[in-house]
Write a protein that binds this ligand. Structure first.
Ligand SMILES: [Cu+2]
Length: 456
């Protein structure tokens, strides 16, 4: 109890008002790094301050800081950005420092951080440090704990990081619009003791959803349910970085959810354990093995596993979340013979193709003309053919010979001979039991139905 009281007292005493920085002060602001590339900036050793093991932000980067009198000073700039969601599609989003999501903020338990937020958006904003324990006046809820940050102004936030964990940041101002436009980022607090919670690979991403009509580039911000782009770090398959590890590595994946629905994240191959939640780290004795973990809106989960060689799919298990952005309200044509009508439509629309009669896998292979700046509904080419994926899908690529710190895509897995499923042929069939032959009559199931007076 006394610990808690000390924390809250200290927090109150050291609190600096979330006030607008004066014109004179603005000249002394730390430089705001900016980056618009959607390639991962591999994690690098912190240049000063307490040591920590940095995270790898998929298709992203971490925000540099300036150390000033023992305080880590960060500078976030809220601004419009252009983000490539995957090759072939760019979106007009709002983000921070040139990218959406904004750069990952990494610091260490016990660090005092001072975060400047400059607003270059056309409307007011502010930043809520989602899950980080801060003095109330630093919580970034516009109108409740501080004034909104008007366009053109810079506010400063200062607090001491109390506990290690995986957190997020996002606006608490015109939230529906600003989050639908991609304003979010990760906030990682590393443990003071570098040996604590140590893993070999530590990946991080935050999930976002967008509603961008085919041919358009700006999200529809009034959308509540019908999103058509399901993104990890504002990237969709095949634009999401693979998660590269070496056989036997202890791998952690930190996942935050700022979409408007839950995502059951499923990984093939090694079983994992949920080791972290928004509230901190799960005691070892309380972890349990899992292959899918459901991540609700506003939640964060960290999962860990021991890497096994192979190309293991990792994806959201809602199958429409592993699909691209084309219309999802297509008619159900399974079993419908469209040959006659297709011929007649083709006379009017030469590019017309009928599809869906035998399922939608045709989509992945055929090159149907798409509107500009639009991704196909299903895409991707693997070593054995079409992957038929989109949205929230990537691959955990584990190899025996990956060097520590190397995050480059190692290409497709080379399977040991005789370990790939293949077509069965009669010549292979010696000694293999055949499926029993069923006579037509045996297929009729005879059910005894009780009559109305039976049993009286
Ligand atoms: Cu999902």
């Amino acid at each position: 109890m006394s610990n808690r009281r000390t924390f809250f007292k200290a927090a109150g005493a050291t609190m600096l008002g979330a006030a607008a920085v004066s014109r004179a002060g603005a000249a002394l602001l730390p430089e705001a790094a900016s980056r618009d590339a959607a390639t991962m900036l591999p994690p690098s050793t912190p240049p000063n301050g307490r040591p920590y093991n940095p995270v790898a932000t998929l298709n992203g980067w971490s925000l540099p800081w300036r150390m000033k009198d023992g305080v880590k000073e960060f500078h976030l700039v809220a601004e419009p950005v252009v983000r490539e969601l995957a090759p072939g599609m760019k979106a007009n989003l709002w983000g921070y420092n040139g990218s959406s999501p904004g750069p990952t903020i990494e610091a260490v338990e016990g660090d005092r951080v001072r975060i400047f937020v400059t607003n270059k958006l056309p409307e007011h904003t502010n930043v809520h440090w989602h899950g980080v324990q801060v003095p109330n006046g630093m919580d970034g809820v516009g109108g409740l704990t501080q004034p909104h940050i008007p366009p053109g102004k810079t506010f400063v936030h200062e607090f001491v990081l109390q506990r290690p964990g995986t957190h997020m940041y996002h606006p608490h101002a015109d939230e529906m619009v600003q989050m639908a436009m991609g304003m979010m980022g990760l906030f990682i607090i590393h443990p003071k003791d570098v040996r604590q919670l140590r893993v070999d690979r530590d990946f991080a991403f935050v999930m976002a959803s967008y509603a961008i009509a085919p041919g358009a580039a700006t999200p529809r911000t009034s959308e509540m349910t019908d999103f058509n782009l399901w993104a990890w770090n504002s990237r969709v398959f095949p634009g999401i970085d693979p998660l590269v590890a070496r056989t036997g590595d202890r791998v952690r994946v930190r996942i935050g959810n700022l979409t408007m629905t839950n995502h059951p994240i499923h990984m093939h191959g090694p079983h994992f354990e949920v080791t972290g939640t928004d509230g901190g780290w799960v005691p070892r004795s309380a972890r349990w093995p899992e292959v899918t973990t459901d991540i609700a809106v506003g939640q964060m989960r960290a999962i860990e596993f021991d890497a096994i060689a192979g190309d293991w799919a990792i994806h959201c298990h809602k199958s429409h979340h592993t699909m691209g952005p084309m219309s999802h309200d297509a008619a159900n044509l399974i079993g419908v013979d469209q040959s006659g009508v297709a011929k007649r439509i083709a006379r009017l629309v030469p590019d017309y193709m009928s599809m869906g009669s035998a399922g939608m896998s045709d989509m992945a292979e055929m090159q149907m003309p798409l509107p500009e700046n639009t991704l196909p509904m299903m895409t991707g080419e693997g070593p054995f053919g079409a992957l038929e994926m989109g949205g929230m899908f990537s691959v955990v690529k584990v190899r025996d010979d990956v060097r520590p710190g190397d995050y480059r895509d190692p290409g497709w897995f080379k399977h040991p001979p005789g370990t790939v499923a293949s077509e069965y042929t009669v010549e292979d069939g010696d000694g293999v039991p055949r499926a029993p032959r069923i006579k037509a009559d045996d297929r009729t199931l005879h059910v005894h139905k009780p009559g109305p007076h039976e049993g009286h």
